[in-house]
Design a protein around this ligand. Structure first.
Ligand code: PLP
Length: 400
């Protein structure tokens, strides 16, 4: 089969709800990936942030291969060793004694967090009433299911599928006063990405996350960090909020947790977590043996290969390259980097840059119209970073 054959098969049989590039990928290794014609691409955006260890990380491959022959799936009516071990591995990396619930995706993780917040808000109002409202931020992204979508404060994602779920108030990212003003007697929580991903790799202003914690303490609200994109070592700490002096009540995770295998989940403070009782919430595939084995192998790889440190180094390399490019091109407005989470604000649309890089066999992403976003593997080599940055330099410098 050729890419053209595959594309016509999609046109006939697969719903066209994605904008796809006309390339059919077939295998990958680290930061490199090949299409079915055998062309090699350098991947600065493996798996849309899920490929934290690049394509087919060896320990994850081995763990999945071993597990799949032993037990593929058992429901959560039974105990399995790997789910308990993953709970411990994640919890001991939090600073708030987190207790885990497992599911399969980021949207699902946020749905669980929304429900957990509401369960905590039951009868918790000053007059004994329920508190159920959650404040989220403009330009946020929390997922595509109706609850997570209602939490997502970007009108383009709401278009055509309203009405949204009630109970969400939006405030500009970085504006503590606006959050404070949005709190009312029915508010139970604040949900925020510590660094906004889809919204353009927006770093929190100084004091912002700590200020949100203070507001939560003052009004007895739950602080929920959506770490779906930022978690698992992406920015040089296990969880990105750990760069600041702030403890959340709930964090949500997905994308990178399983080294490319679908795993999602949340971690909550014990007193908050206990409201998730039997019957309140569930996920049939959540915490299945393959997912947990993959996630444990991912954590082991990050530890044994020193990848938290490496994330910081990767960020420094990219920052140096883009800051150098900014000296030469007026198209670079701002470079925003935290570890291996890189955003480059352009003075023009990002899509043509992505397209020109693809022609040169470099895979990158553009988000929020004008932001080049890179979520490279933590184990990308310096040589690969320079190879790809040379291509981006060439593309940007050729643009008007
Ligand atoms: C990708 C993402 C989600 C949604 O994750 P899915 O697995 O696609 O449902 C939620 N929150 C953030 C911050 C994300 O980046």
């Amino acid at each position: 089969m050729t890419s053209t054959d595959v594309i016509s098969q999609f046109q006939r049989y697969v719903i066209g709800n994605y904008t796809r590039y006309p390339v059919c990928l077939s295998r990958g290794e680290g930061s490199q990936v090949w299409d079915i014609e055998g062309n090699r691409y350098l991947d600065f955006f493996p798996g849309w942030g899920c490929g934290l260890l690049g394509h087919c990380p060896p320990r994850v491959v081995k763990a999945v291969q071993d597990q799949v022959a032993k037990l593929i799936h058992v429901p959560n009516t039974w105990y399995t060793e790997s789910q308990g071990a993953l709970g411990e591995a994640l919890s001991t990396r939090t600073t708030f004694d987190g207790r885990a619930f497992f599911c399969n995706s980021g949207a699902e993780a946020n749905e669980a967090a929304i429900k957990l917040a509401r369960l905590n808000g039951r009868g918790s109002g000053s007059n004994g009433g329920d508190r159920y409202k959650i404040i989220t931020m403009l330009n946020s992204f929390h997922g595509r299911t109706m609850g997570a979508l209602s939490a997502t404060a970007q009108p383009k994602y709401h278009a055509g599928v309203g009405p949204m779920l009630p109970g969400f108030n939006y405030a500009p990212f970085g504006d503590l006063d606006a959050v404070s003003q949005a709190v009312d007697a029915e508010t139970i929580g604040i949900m925020v990405e510590p660094i906004q991903g889809e919204g353009g790799v927006n770093l929190p202003p100084e004091g912002y996350l700590e200020g949100l914690r203070e507001l939560c303490d003052r009004y007895k609200l739950l602080l929920i960090f959506d770490e779906v994109q930022t978690g698992m070592g992406r920015t040089g700490k296990w969880f990105t909020h750990q760069h600041w002096n702030v403890k959340p009540d709930i964090i949500t995770l997905a994308k990178a947790v399983g080294g490319g295998v679908a795993v999602g989940g949340l971690l909550a403070r014990p007193e908050v977590a206990e409201k998730l009782k039997p019957g309140t919430h569930a996920a049939t595939f959540g915490g299945n043996p393959i997912a947990c084995a993959a996630a444990l192998a991912t954590i082991e790889t990050i530890d044994q290969d020193g990848l938290l440190k490496r994330a910081t180094h990767v960020g420094e390399q990219f920052a140096a390259r883009f800051n150098a490019l900014a000296e030469k091109s007026h198209l670079i407005r701002e470079v925003r980097v935290k570890g291996a989470m890189i955003g480059v604000e352009l003075a023009t649309d990002g899509a043509p840059v992505v397209a020109e890089c693809l022609k040169r066999k470099l895979l990158i992403n553009a988000t929020h119209q004008t932001v080049i976003r890179l979520l490279p593997a933590l184990n990308i080599t310096d040589a690969e970073i320079n190879e790809g940055c040379d291509i981006i330099d060439e593309v940007v410098l050729a643009m008007k």
